[in-house]
Design a protein around this ligand. Structure first.
Ligand SMILES: Cc1cc2nc3c(=O)[nH]c(=O)nc-3n(C[C@H](O)[C@H](O)[C@H](O)COP(=O)(O)O)c2cc1C
Length: 181
């Protein structure tokens, strides 16, 4: 029998912006979590130093070490990110670069949500990167949400019903992948 309390999900926003729409989406997903499932939002992205292959050892910088430990103990991951300058936000990509050698995402189910003005370049680029990290990419948990600012009120609540439905479907796919619904 599955111990439901043993499952946990880590949510990572690719935006460091205060009031970020991607962060608001991660908070919306928190409301969809079944009881007794741990869901936490990673708040230390800004602390990850620039990737340096020379420091990419078993004893990397402290923030990287903590992130790797965190990931080792989660069952699934949600990444929710904007696109910047037709690409993946630098700090998110930088974080992912630190995870290549540690295989921290290997076989971990990942839901990728790109919520941006367009997002059409960052989304496939991130899928490639996640593939390189051997993450378990769930097709039905991947979502590209364009025009995100027009789908959200000033307080961060999602006003577009279709977007809410899509997020619920994608997130349920992730939950199913770790057998908690
Ligand atoms: C420097 C910069 C570059 C941007 N470039 C793009 C872009 O290439 N494509 C896109 O879809 N949105 C772009 N945007 C708009 C973001 O999608 C939008 O600001 C989004 O709301 C940011 O996510 P956040 O609300 O979670 O911070 C850019 C925004 C900034 C600040």
């Amino acid at each position: 029998m599955i111990d439901r309390k043993s499952k946990n999900i880590l949510a990572i926003s690719g935006s460091l912006r205060s009031g970020s729409s991607n962060h608001h989406i991660l908070k919306y997903l928190a409301g969809l979590i079944p009881e007794n499932i741990d869901y936490s939002i990673y708040n230390d992205l800004a602390l990850i130093p620039p990737f340096d292959p020379g420091s990419d050892t078993d004893t990397p910088p402290n923030s990287v070490s903590k992130l790797r430990q965190l990931l080792a103990n989660v069952d699934a991951i949600v990444i929710c990110t904007p696109e910047y300058a037709f690409g993946v936000p630098g700090q998110l990509k930088n974080m992912l670069d630190w995870l290549v050698s540690s295989s921290s995402l290997a076989d971990k189910p990942v839901a990728l949500i790109t919520a941006s003005s367009s997002g059409q370049y960052a989304h496939p680029s991130l899928l490639l990167t996640l593939g390189a990290l051997s993450a378990k990419i769930l097709d039905d948990a991947n979502l590209l949400i364009p025009f995100i600012r027009s789908k959200m009120a000033a307080d961060g609540s999602i006003t577009d019903a279709e977007t809410k439905d899509s997020l619920t479907r994608a997130f349920n796919t992730l939950l199913s992948s770790i057998a908690i619904i």
